[in-house]
Design a protein around this ligand. Structure first.
Ligand code: FES
Length: 310
């Protein structure tokens, strides 16, 4: 491992020779995309179109991955990438052209569900995430087009040209995958943004407040140590969820109570994710992760106590 002084000297030398400027890290390029406001008109138009095309409901929930408990897009993108990588490897190491064509075609077809799920998730992201997401989608669409071109070239007997197009497609898809990784791992798209309540609150029952301090039938925010809580009282029943929405951290106490299938739920003010108020189960996306919830009890003295549910 380089010592700090040596590393510092190297950095100074790199700055002097302009090396740092010539070789920007890929993450620096992705960060520039986050701030590329020039993309906003396209992002806005496309996002509005997707939101109009995908109204809230079972179909949109399925695209987000609500029935699976996690976003569907990351699982589906493996299909085209796996097929295309395999096709290029067959081309490189003397596999049959027919097998390559089957893999390329399977990859192109599987981009359809991958794109549908990706667009659904993308339409409910913050603007900086959407800018990176737009570049990611453009790369993957370009890769699919190059692979389609490869299929056409092979069908026309231009096998060498077809191989070159496949390799270009895989290179573009790899850049797109990098941006997808930046979006998911650096910007947290698709990850649960709910707080780790089990670690922050500690085990056992905790005193929250007096029952009379909670307004009846209203969503309110209360603090338990580091944790922000959404509290909803109905008579002597008190429901408590983590206040930070698992989708992108929206403040649930600013949402509203809705009734879904006869059950009281809270709807997030940012993108409308809907959770059962009693236990945090997801009713509607874009959130796919259950909202952390707490068991509650009222002591004979009227104090409300709570503890995180496992
Ligand atoms: S932050 Fe997006 S639905 Fe709550």
């Amino acid at each position: 491992m380089p010592q700090p002084v040596v590393a510092d000297r190297r950095a100074r030398r790199a700055r002097k020779t302009g090396q740092a400027r010539l070789l920007p890290r890929p993450s620096a390029l992705a960060e520039r995309l986050e701030r590329a406001h020039g993309l906003d008109p396209v992002v806005r138009r496309l996002s509005d179109t997707v939101v109009r095309a995908l109204p809230a409901g079972a179909r949109t929930d399925a695209l987000h991955g609500v029935p699976f408990g996690q976003p569907a897009h990351p699982a589906l993108v493996r299909l085209p990438l796996g097929c295309w990588t395999s096709a290029v490897l067959l081309d490189l190491f003397g596999g049959g052209d027919r097998a390559s064509r089957v893999l390329i075609a399977a990859g192109v077809v599987s981009t359809v569900p991958a794109m549908a799920t990706g667009l659904a998730d993308w339409s409910a992201l913050h603007r900086d995430q959407q800018r990176v997401g737009l570049a990611h989608a453009t790369c993957q669409a370009s890769a699919a087009t190059l692979f389609l071109g490869s299929l056409a070239a092979r069908a026309g007997g231009l096998r060498g040209y077809g191989r070159a197009l496949s390799m270009s497609g895989l290179a573009v898809a790899t850049v797109g995958s990098y941006l997808g990784g930046h979006l998911a791992l650096r910007l947290g798209a698709g990850a649960s943004h709910a707080e780790p309540v089990g670690h922050l609150s500690g085990p056992g029952w905790h005193d929250l407040c007096h029952l009379g301090d909670l307004p009846d039938g209203h969503l309110v925010r209360r603090q338990l140590g580091y944790l922000s809580l959404l509290v909803y009282r109905q008579g002597r029943d008190v429901a408590v969820l983590s206040d930070r929405c698992s989708h992108l951290g929206g403040p649930l106490h600013q949402g509203r109570i809705v009734v879904e299938r006869g059950i009281a739920c809270v709807s997030c003010p940012w993108h409308g994710s809907t959770f059962v108020i009693a236990d945090g189960s997801v009713v509607h996306g874009p959130a796919t992760a259950r909202q952390p919830s707490f068991g509650t009890r009222v002591t004979p003295g009227g104090r409300v106590e709570l503890r995180p549910r496992p």
